[in-house]
Design a protein. Structure first.
Length: 39
């Protein structure tokens, strides 16, 4: 049985949390997350 979701946390160089998000294990959801992280 695979994962149904992932949790992503993005920190800056000082360790401050910039993003914390739970996403479905679904390609469009993961691609949207990557786009937001890279923006």
């Amino acid at each position: 049985m695979g994962k149904s979701h992932h949790h992503c946390v993005v920190l800056d160089a000082e360790g401050r949390r910039l993003m914390s998000r739970r996403v479905l294990n679904d390609e469009p959801e993961l691609l949207a997350l990557l786009a937001d992280v890279l923006a």
